[in-house]
Design a binder for this molecule. Structure first.
Ligand SMILES: [Zn+2]
Ligand SMILES: [Zn+2]
Length: 230
């Protein structure tokens, strides 16, 4: 008898490999497999927090009202803002990734992997009481630790035939400059907060040299007023 019981027990507790690898599964809470929620993890997920302007701004004839360049700028700004907020408020970020998928369970998900589990825990507790862009934030500890396992390899090669509704992560790349700026800070770990501010405003001044840079500045501050953000 005990053998039958234990085998029943085993079949009903098969881990959902999607939840385990990707931290999200399209069946959500109704999944027949087990979503084993971690009690501690370095990684947190902010669900549905990034809004790609190209997905919402389509004109009547179906042509994108937002150009690829504008979309990348908007995305880089979002990424920088969230990344900086995480590091300044909660602790060192090892890696941050944003999903460009369209399925409800993955759209706009942001995964932040902290260096320390305590920081991830602190971040989840605190972020669930905060708002972003006028929406309450939903944050949770995520089982994802190895993003290579969670990623869609075909997407990285530019050949995923499932498109936005793929169930593996389609991670949206940030610009090379921003990557260098954010992950390059690593080497100057112990700088003070005010010094980083200073450094950033200095690099913005440099951008102001050309007319294009000034336009961008203006557009950025306009965006910020409109959205409100954190
Ligand atoms: Zn599942
Ligand atoms: Zn894919």
């Amino acid at each position: 008898i005990s053998e039958t019981i234990s085998s029943c027990f085993l079949t009903s507790t098969v881990n959902c490999s999607f939840y385990f690898k990707i931290g999200a599964c399209r069946h959500g809470d109704r999944c027949s497999r087990l979503h084993n929620r971690p009690t501690f993890s370095q990684t947190i997920a902010l669900l549905n927090i990034y809004r790609n302007p190209q997905n919402s701004a389509q004109s009547a004839d179906g042509i994108n009202a937002v150009s690829d360049v504008e979309m990348q700028e908007h995305y880089d700004e979002f990424f920088e803002e969230v990344f900086t907020e995480m590091e300044e408020k909660y602790g060192e970020v090892e890696e941050m990734n944003v999903c460009d998928n369209l399925g409800d369970h993955l759209v706009g998900n942001v995964y932040v992997k902290f260096r320390r589990e305590e920081d991830a825990e602190k971040a989840v507790l605190n972020l669930n009481n905060r708002w972003f862009n006028g929406q309450p934030i939903h944050a949770e500890l995520s089982p994802v630790t190895d993003f290579r396992e969670a990623c869609c390899r075909q997407y990285e090669m530019g050949e995923c035939t499932r498109g936005g509704f793929c169930n593996f992560m389609h991670l949206k790349p940030i610009s090379r400059e921003l990557r260098r700026e954010l992950y390059g800070r690593r080497r100057k770990r112990h700088r003070s907060r005010s010094r980083s501010r200073e450094r950033r405003s200095r690099s913005r001044d440099r951008n102001r040299g050309g007319g294009g840079g000034r336009d961008r500045e203006r557009r950025r501050s306009r965006d910020r007023e409109r959205s409100g953000r954190f």
